[in-house]
Design a protein around this ligand. Structure first.
Ligand code: KIV
Ligand code: ZN
Length: 515
């Protein structure tokens, strides 16, 4: 490793892969592409764009990112299985810089219960897979899941075999979030000292089950790892992954301690966080480090007084360092197309002319209903436009009557192409009545598995955003989000969006093979 590489930590973003595995965070193709562009502006080094073998949609999304996103290396995940590696290789082929990330497991419990192979078979299969991956690209990463519950001597043999077969990055995952920092650091030092293949970058991938993902990753870096796998807002399987913004800002703010750099443009952190939150529908908690609404807010009089006298009394970072500027330019009914386009650019959104036209029309409709249109309103409009499918049902009219002592009833009119369909029905509540009436009209019966609501912005006239998860026939489960100033309408639109996608797909979703 040269001295520059020694001082540089590679930021490997897995928002679109492990992040997308967060419960309720499914992203469609267009949303993934938009996030990938934002990650390129953030200047992450590697974007793990997805798991191509999981479904044709996943394959196509990785391929589209590999075709369109320039700057970072585009990585695709694959099990140590021939067809996975071939799919990953094909999906990333258009990228200028491309990586295959192939993984198996290191712990006996995984080998016995999931992979059903012996230790020796796992070594052989891993080395063979790395060799196959090298036929698609020179940049191959190998991971063994569950390293923190694995036999260390076995890990040395397994990772050495992968490195000798051609892996250039060895990633050490704490898959179940079990490690504590000093112990994880020791594991990394041990593996670095025992795996003697030259030129290898050691990487860390930590989960947050015990709330220690960031601490463990940073401990790993202090022990010699030079790649952190992380995700925006810490999204990921279960409790999530190492949060990109926390790891990057810790390395930057405590340069005295780490003496390391990342290539991340930290001024893009805040808008990327907001975009990911809007696209996934997963809100950032107010007190979340770095990007939460309270992260730079001082409430107590003593703190406010101190900050007014000298900012550094209570602030170790400046909001501008992460691109959180003081006031946002609010749009309204009289803002023209030019101001709207300018706002999209400031939010880092890249739309086609046709998409700009559609979102602008929707913006004007919303501006008729509410005075101030905030950045998060615009993000919600953009996200909804990404959900559009051809020949879809659209909500044309909705009236719901509900109240104490009355049976909630809904009157719904849907438009499809040039045709109108209308019906009325009742339910257990206003949302239930609206959804059941939609079912009567479309003839498609969905089962609502999850329904959550959150306010998009501040103010009495704020839009409510509904996030729904719906199960259709053959176990096909779809999620969608929609926003409106009327929360029943938001729920009905989100539900309808699932119905439309179900009709467009027309078949059960392909089973996801893991990881
Ligand atoms: O958590 C994990 O072990 C993973 C691997 C696929 C790297 O996500
Ligand atoms: Zn993971």
């Amino acid at each position: 490793m040269n001295s520059e590489a020694k001082d540089r930590v590679i930021i490997f973003d897995t928002t679109l892969r492990d992040g997308e595995q967060a419960p309720g965070a499914s992203l469609n193709h267009r949303e993934k592409l938009e996030i990938a562009h934002a990650l390129a502006s953030l200047k992450v080094d590697v974007i793990e764009a997805g798991f191509p073998i999981a479904s044709p949609d996943d394959f196509n999304a990785v391929r589209a990112i590999a075709e369109a996103v320039v700057g970072p290396t585009i990585a695709a995940l694959a099990r140590t299985v021939e067809r996975d590696i071939e799919a990953a290789g094909k999906a990333i082929a258009p990228a200028t810089k491309r990586r295959i990330h192939t993984f198996s497991s290191g712990s006996d419990i995984h080998l016995k219960s999931i992979l059903k192979v012996t230790r020796a078979q796992n070594i052989e299969r891993s080395a063979k897979s790395v060799r196959l991956a090298r036929t698609f690209t020179d940049d191959v990463e190998y991971s063994a899941q569950d390293t923190t519950r694995s036999d260390r001597e076995y890990l040395v043999d397994l990772y050495t075999a992968a490195a000798e077969a051609g892996a250039t990055t060895l990633n050490i995952p704490d898959t179940v979030g079990y490690a504590v920092p000093h112990e994880f650091a020791e594991l990394i030092s041990f593996l670095i000292s025992r795996i003697k293949v030259p030129g290898i970058v050691f990487s860390v991938h930590c989960h947050d089950d015990l709330g220690m993902a960031v601490a463990n990753s940073l401990a790993g870096v202090l022990a010699g790892a030079r790649q952190i796998e992380c995700s925006v807002n810490g999204l990921g399987e279960r409790a999530g992954n190492t949060s990109l913004e926390e790891a990057v800002m810790a390395i930057r703010t405590r340069h005295d301690c780490f003496r390391l750099e990342t290539g991340v443009n930290t001024r893009e952190i805040y808008r990327t966080s907001r975009m990911v939150s809007s696209m996934t529908g997963i809100a950032v908690q107010r007190n979340k480090a770095i990007v939460g609404a309270n992260a730079f807010a001082h409430e107590s009089g003593v703190h406010q007084d101190g900050v007014l006298k000298e900012r550094t009394t209570y602030e170790i970072m400046r909001p501008e360092d992460i691109g959180m500027e003081g006031s946002e330019l609010v749009l309204g009914k009289h803002s023209g197309r030019h101001a709207f386009r300018d706002k999209l650019a400031r939010l880092g959104i890249t739309l086609t002319d046709e998409e700009v036209q559609n979102t602008y029309d929707r913006f004007i409709e919303l501006a008729d209903k509410k005075k101030n249109i905030y950045d998060d309103d615009i993000l919600a409009i953009v996200r909804e436009s990404f959900d559009a499918v051809p020949n879809a049902y659209e909500l044309d009219y909705l009236h719901v009557a509900a109240g104490t002592g009355t049976t909630p009833t809904a009157n719904v009119r849907l438009r499809k192409g040039g045709d109108m369909f209308q019906d009325a029905g009742c339910g257990d509540g206003p949302v239930d009545a609206a959804l059941k009436t939609i079912d009567r009209i479309t003839g498609i019966k969905g089962r609502l598995l999850d329904f959550s609501l959150q306010s998009v912005t501040v103010g009495m006239d704020a839009q409510g955003e509904a996030n729904v998860r719906v199960e259709f026939e053959h176990g096909c489960i779809l999620t969608a989000k929609a926003a409106s100033t009327d929360i029943v309408e938001a729920g009905a639109k989100a539900y309808l969006s699932c119905v439309n996608r179900y009709l467009a797909v027309g078949k059960p979703a392909a089973p996801n093979p893991g990881p």
